[in-house]
Design a protein around this ligand. Sequence first.
Ligand code: F3S
Length: 69
Amino acid sequence: MKTYVDKDTCIACGACGATAPDVFDYDDEGLAFNKIDDNANTAEIPDVLHDDVRDAAEGCPTDSIKVEE
Ligand code: F3S
């Protein structure tokens, strides 16, 4: 699995970092990013974190979390 946040549509709601704190963090503007690979969408997310990423993606109100299974 790989994931990144589309910062063009993220509204800084703050949900994803609460749902998947080991994957998502926020920049100075409150916009989320994948902190594992600095939002490059290159790193394989560890298996143990997959459910958290899926939950975060489902919970994002703007569908800004992109997931590649
Ligand atoms: Fe942004 Fe969605 Fe997270 S709006 S802060 S990517 S839950």
